[in-house]
Design a binder for this molecule. Structure first.
Ligand code: SF4
Length: 483
């Protein structure tokens, strides 16, 4: 009996000196004796371990300056008021405000044909003359019908490939059909393309219908051409020329670019940033390579460890911050997304880092053959023979695709609030979930966080960005200017 008593602290230890309630909070050791404590609304505080113990034991005095900080950060509530709980609930609702709108992004895979043979290509492209890999107007028409069943007041139509411009007639058809059948939604059209096949006729059409372009740019010419081979070995030149022509006709904001980090990129973060600056972009997205499609088949040639990517990311970001200090306004896009989640109250529009996951409810893919996928990565996985993320076909009813398919289980199982590891993580509000990645790399939608590359990468990136925000005033000011 005495031995049992000795394993408990005295009642005095648990007695609360002050009357406040803890609101939902999570904490983690940040560095040394510094603890990071965050609430559901996204606010955070740093404190030493002894202070954190006082907080959770209800022993912070109302005269302690920390008390006011805890209240303002919505980590505690006065015992006699419900207002703080309601405020936290309102903030959580605001962060999830995109949910009632359901799917806004609709991706049409116009063709699997492509003139490039990129090492990391995430779809199984076929040679340019195999028109049996083109989407037909009949399939597109059914996809448009499903698209207009979405409750979203804004519809973004994105044309994907292969090389989407190789089936330009279908793009013409979809744009005209969507405009004709539009029932009052705000419409946006984007063509994802390598720009090698861009013609004046296409530019005329894009100008007439206010279509923008998204292209791939991996960095300087040698690196880009190594990653993105095509006949003539001139992918970079074609992309640069296309960017220039689009800007001349449609304005500087009509074209954006994305890069993919391969093992060849890891040594060149500055050169990649410099290339984006040289070509007149005001941001770069330092993107991790996805473990799908050809990226898997040639993983030994182009893959790398997560740790190496984190080093590359930090070097690239440090260089971008240096450019800002010299007066050049230039942003890193992933940093901007995380900053928005840390510092802003609203919902993030970036569908690859959300909870619930953006699959299906953020964006949906109509494949060239009429199959419907919950995400572009799910479609890429299907090209490798795994159709887990296929929701059905364009012949199915909307209700079946969204409510009577595996989609709800995928979303439900992968919410960070319930995922082991994420449920206790102090970065949860700034992070998200990726059921396709975890299914691919770890065998289920949830995954195992201690060995997850997704978690490792986000943990390190979020930690790094918070360190920059907290520990360097000049850098903090620059980062805030990106929002
Ligand atoms: S994925 Fe990792 S960093 Fe993100 S919330 Fe989950 S545990 Fe935290």
């Amino acid at each position: 009996m005495n031995g049992l008593n000795r394993s408990f602290k005295s009642p005095e230890f648990y007695r609360r000196a002050e009357s406040y309630k803890l609101l939902p909070l999570r904490f983690m050791r940040f560095d040394g004796n510094r603890y990071f404590v965050s609430g559901m609304g996204g606010e955070y505080l740093f404190m030493e371990r002894s202070k954190l113990e006082q907080v959770v034991q209800g022993k912070v005095s109302t005269t302690d300056p920390l008390y006011a900080d805890l209240l303002a950060s919505h980590l505690i509530a006065d015992e006699d008021s419900d207002i703080y709980r309601e405020l936290v609930a309102a903030k959580y609702r605001t962060r999830q405000s995109r949910l009632p709108d359901w799917t806004a992004l609709h991706m049409f895979v116009t063709t699997l044909r492509c003139d490039h043979s990129c090492q990391y290509c995430q779809v199984s492209r076929v040679s340019e003359d195999r028109s049996s890999f083109d989407m037909t107007p009949e399939i597109a028409s059914k996809a448009i019908g499903l698209m207009f069943k979405s409750p979203s007041p804004c519809i973004k139509v994105e044309f994907q490939g292969g090389e989407s411009l190789l089936n330009f007639d279908l793009i013409r058809y979809v744009v005209s059909e969507v405009k004709t059948r539009n029932d009052g939604r705000k419409l946006e059209f984007v063509i994802t393309t390598n720009l090698a096949n861009l013609t004046d006729e296409m530019l005329d059409f894009a100008e007439e219908h206010r279509i923008s372009f998204s292209t791939s740019l991996d960095g300087p010419e040698t690196l880009h051409n190594k990653n993105r081979p095509r006949p003539g070995k001139n992918s970079h030149g074609k992309t640069e020329e296309g960017i220039r022509r689009i800007r001349t006709r449609l304005g500087s904001q009509a074209v954006s670019a994305l890069m993919t980090t391969t093992v060849s990129s890891l040594e060149q973060p500055k050169q990649i940033v410099d290339e984006y600056v040289r070509l007149g972009f005001d941001s770069v997205f330092l993107r991790y390579i996805s473990p799908y499609g050809f990226a898997v088949k040639s993983a030994s040639k182009i893959g790398y460890e997560t740790e190496k990517f984190i080093q590359f990311f930090k070097e690239g970001l440090a260089y971008i911050l240096e450019l800002n200090k010299q007066g050049i306004f230039f942003r890193e896009t992933y940093t901007q997304i995380i900053l928005q989640k840390i510092l802003m109250p609203g919902a993030s529009g970036y569908i690859d880092l959300q909870s619930p996951a953006g699959i299906g409810i953020g964006g949906i893919v109509y494949n060239y053959n009429g199959e419907v996928y919950a995400s572009d990565e799910g479609r890429m996985l299907a090209e490798m023979g795994d159709k887990t993320f296929k929701l059905g076909t364009v012949d199915d009813r909307y209700e079946k695709l969204f409510l009577n398919s595996p989609l709800l289980a995928m979303i439900h199982e992968s919410m960070v609030e319930g995922v082991p590891g994420c449920s206790d993580c102090a970065f949860q509000t700034y992070c998200g979930t990726d059921p396709v990645f975890h299914h691919r790399t770890q065998g289920d939608f949830i995954g195992h966080r201690p060995s997850s590359a997704f978690c490792h990468r986000n943990m390190e990136v979020i930690r790094h960005i918070i360190t920059l925000l907290e520990d360097d005033k000049e850098v903090s000011t620059i980062l805030k200017s990106w929002l």
